[in-house]
Design a protein around this ligand. Structure first.
Ligand code: ZN
Length: 84
């Protein structure tokens, strides 16, 4: 996230066994942003979606595309809410 990003009111993360994470944030206006990045790296939200489901799907598409993570397996953790 960058300093000029709108502040998220809720955050979800899914962590993957290749060291990448997919993130979804709900903003104060009710929209959801989504992105994927290597764990503990700063990243900028890539997508703005109108639902949690769409945002999760968008973040996961980026995760697969950017990290060549074809399928989830042991060690992958699905969406759970984190600290906003
Ligand atoms: Zn995975």
């Amino acid at each position: 996230m960058t300093a000029d990003s709108p502040k998220p009111i809720r955050l979800w993360v899914s962590t993957h066994n290749n060291g990448w994470e997919a993130w979804v944030a709900q903003l104060g206006d009710g929209t959801f942003t989504a992105w994927a990045c290597e764990a503990s790296q700063n990243a900028v939200a890539t997508y703005i979606e109108d639902s949690f489901e769409h945002a999760c799907a968008a973040a996961h598409v980026d995760l697969v595309r950017m990290s060549n993570h074809d399928t989830c397996g042991p060690g992958c953790v699905s969406w759970e809410e984190g600290e906003a």
